[in-house]
Design a protein around this ligand. Sequence first.
Ligand code: HSE
Length: 313
Amino acid sequence: MKQSVTAFAPATVANVGCGYDIFGFAIDEPGDIVRVSRSKTAGVRILEITGDGGRLSKIAEQNTAGFAVIRFLEKIQSDQGIDIRLTKQLPMGSGMGSSAASSVAALIAVNHLFNEPLQKADLLTIAMEAEKLACGAAHADNVAPALFGGFILIRENTPPDIIELPVPDDLYCTIIHPDIEIKTLNARKIIEPFIPLPDAVKQWANTAGLVAGLYKKDLTLIGRSLTDHIIEPRRANLIPHFDEAKQSAIDNGAIGCSISGSGPSIFALSSSLENAEIIAVSMSSVFSNYFIANQTYISKINQTGARILDEKD
Ligand code: HSE
């Protein structure tokens, strides 16, 4: 019988410009690591969290990894005691799917510990509940790509209707994370529930254009379809120098650029590793010029999603 399992779940880019709450893709690194171990003591405990600067709750019910494991055990009707160790490698409030990476890594690990009693679709539902705990909304556009990998369309939340989209081989993503924190909960509050019809028309044309571009492997169609007429104009003010950083990405060859999730991270797509690196340098220098510390990441779309790193009997 397995005694402990360690799993990794990657960072994700949600929304992907035009697709608020319906598109997301995974990148290779960074991501969060969760180790779950059987315990003789009943209940779920978070024994250790590193990389969070002491900010995350160790109360299992209040932490997305702990919450997910509690829900998992309820679902499989087990009273097995579980100890959790969480290694945060994703910055919190970064727009890179930090809460999702923790819950998904925990779920993949605990499901493996019990010899995979649940399907990924069941794990997704639990991870969505954990997102609701983290930011008040059970959106799936971070948890689904973190779990399945790839570029995901969430056509429906309840019940989840998840569609994996094809990705051109030569598509690269550059992400810049300026050291500013934006809480998704707050970034969602500023979005009005009603939108003007002309904006909606442009937006759903772009969501269709993006899907067509992915199927046709047409990078210019993908690029021009990323334009977000609804959310980005309302959230851009939360990110200092966003317009300048976006312009520098476009000037340096990005096919498109927008806010990653609820920000402050910004993602740009391009057609080569060399170009992705040039974009990283250009966007980084924008923030560095304003003395805002920042980190950049470059990746293809990660097709694997969360994975097991280690198991011990
Ligand atoms: N779709 C969510 C939002 C993603 O934009 O609020 C949060 O990472």
